[in-house]
Design a binder for this molecule. Structure first.
Ligand code: IPD
Length: 263
């Protein structure tokens, strides 16, 4: 459906701001996914980006829940910039059980199931294992909220990371694809301020199963439990940092501004 839509004119609508875009295809893809899953699993719950935008609740319960981003990278889709994905994460008792990210234009299907590994088009993938931040490629996204304080923090983070120096910073424009790029070792880290659960639920499963780490730097790390980096809580996530060198990057991204709109 997404690839077909790319061949036609794309009508753009706006959500929270003039740069927060949505299209009819976002809505249609989400309806298709939800209705086909609901037919088979009528008791399951859903958190979908476009349903939430239309007023549906966004609360994670213990019930089996599908967390869906029908088009992650809508701005890319509108511009035909080739990183556009469908992201689905499935939780039971608030734990991610499996995740799927389909990068439509690249035709790459990333899949991961708890304890069973991560795959790209069926081939096993793993994170880079890079431990030296000065030899790393770091991904980030600029997001939509550009108030003065957030803008300053975002620019300061980029300046700090570039000054280490790292090999480079990239911003592909789809959070789910970014996570999969970390999962398959094409990048070493990805950090993002103000990410939503539907942007990262599918990719989170892929990263973890590929041997990566996900952390929410807004949640203090208990002293007696350094392994809490694995204590992934999607409902609490307003920011995500995933990387194989989490200790170093955590020191760099010191000022964090929580989003008030995230579930
Ligand atoms: C967006 C993309 C983008 C990120 C935004 C997300 P959407 O998702 O992942 O890379 O910067 O924060 O909201 O809106 O295209 O589904």
């Amino acid at each position: 459906m997404i690839c077909e839509a790319l061949q036609k004119d794309i009508a753009v609508m706006h959500k929270s701001s003039a740069v927060d875009l949505v299209t009819e295809t976002d809505q249609k893809v989400e309806q298709l996914i939800i209705s086909s899953i609901r037919e088979k699993y009528p008791t399951h719950s859903f958190i979908g980006e476009e349903s939430v935008a239309a007023g549906a609740p966004s609360a994670l319960s213990d019930n089996p829940t599908w967390i869906i981003d029908p088009i992650d990278g809508t701005t890319n889709f509108v511009h035909r910039f080739p990183f556009v994905s469908v992201s689905i994460g499935f939780t039971v008792k608030k734990e991610i059980e499996f995740g799927i990210v389909y990068s439509c234009i690249e035709d790459k299907m990333y899949t991961a199931r708890k304890g069973k590994g991560a795959f790209c088009n069926g081939v096993p993938i793993k994170v880079s294992g890079q431990e030296d931040i000065s030899k790393s490629l770091v991904l980030t996204e600029m997001g939509f909220k550009k108030d003065a304080e957030q803008f300053q923090t975002m620019m300061a983070n980029i300046r700090n990371i570039l000054s280490i120096p790292v090999h480079g910073i990239r911003s592909p424009g789809s959070a789910a694809v970014n996570m999969c790029l970390v999962a398959c070792g094409s990048a070493d880290a990805y950090y993002h301020m103000g990410i939503h659960c539907w942007d990262m639920a599918g990719g989170a499963a892929v990263v973890r199963e590929a041997g990566g780490v996900i952390m929410d730097i807004s949640v203090p790390m208990p002293k007696n439990k350094p392994s809490c980096l694995n204590d992934y809580r999607p409902i609490a996530l307003t920011s995500v940092v995933m990387k194989v060198f989490e200790r170093l990057l955590k020191n760099i991204i010191s000022s964090y501004i929580p989003s008030t709109t995230d579930p």
